[in-house]
Design a protein around this ligand. Sequence first.
Ligand SMILES: N[C@@H](CCC(=O)N[C@@H](CS)C(=O)NCC(=O)O)C(=O)O
Length: 220
Amino acid sequence: MPTITAFERSPDRGRGLARDMRVRWALEETGQDYDVRLLSFEAMKQPQHLARHPFGQIPTYEDGDLVLFESGAIVLHLAVRHAGSGLLPEDPDARARAIAWMFAALNTVEPPIVELSMAGILERDKPWYEARLRMLRDRVRTRLEQLSNRLGKDEWLDGAFSAGDLMMIAVLLRLRSSGLLEEFDNVAAYVARGEARPAYQRAFAAQRAVFQGLDAPDRN
Ligand SMILES: N[C@@H](CCC(=O)N[C@@H](CS)C(=O)NCC(=O)O)C(=O)O
């Protein structure tokens, strides 16, 4: 059974924003049981974990001899490995487009979102904070508007739900408390469709149970 790593005490207080959430979601979509190794911030920087993750972060994924880091690489591995799960389309062109959406989520949409949330944590006391906040919110808004235009009235980004949607929705969820998602009805509805998936719900409950100090709920 694969083992992933996650925060022992997630800074998001169990709101599903840490990046193990996207891996848990992919594991649930592909029907895989998994173990979780919970790590303190200190343990993440120790040699044992640095051997798994050169940057001392979570999540990681271990299955037999395979040790992976980077949430995108892990989700892609799961989608390829469990081809029948439908996380990647069979048609080669559609598959390539789903992977492109994964990269878009991680490389184009997530960076301004991370910058916005980091500013809220680290720069709140700076004299220029309000002006910077406006600029960062506008940068995120630009991406949301572009995504909204592409999505239009469609249910998912490119045909059936795929790993591209999983990654995009996992990234967009980090905007939950910003009020920005609500400015784009179709994007907000898209995120809600993702959250309504039973696999997402199971993953969310499992990571929340860690924060609440409970055992993970029964998966059946
Ligand atoms: N690009 C990496 C980012 C990993 C990352 O930033 N993980 C955060 C938790 S969501 C972390 O471990 N932060 C603690 C730290 O960097 O010390 C991925 O997608 O897996």
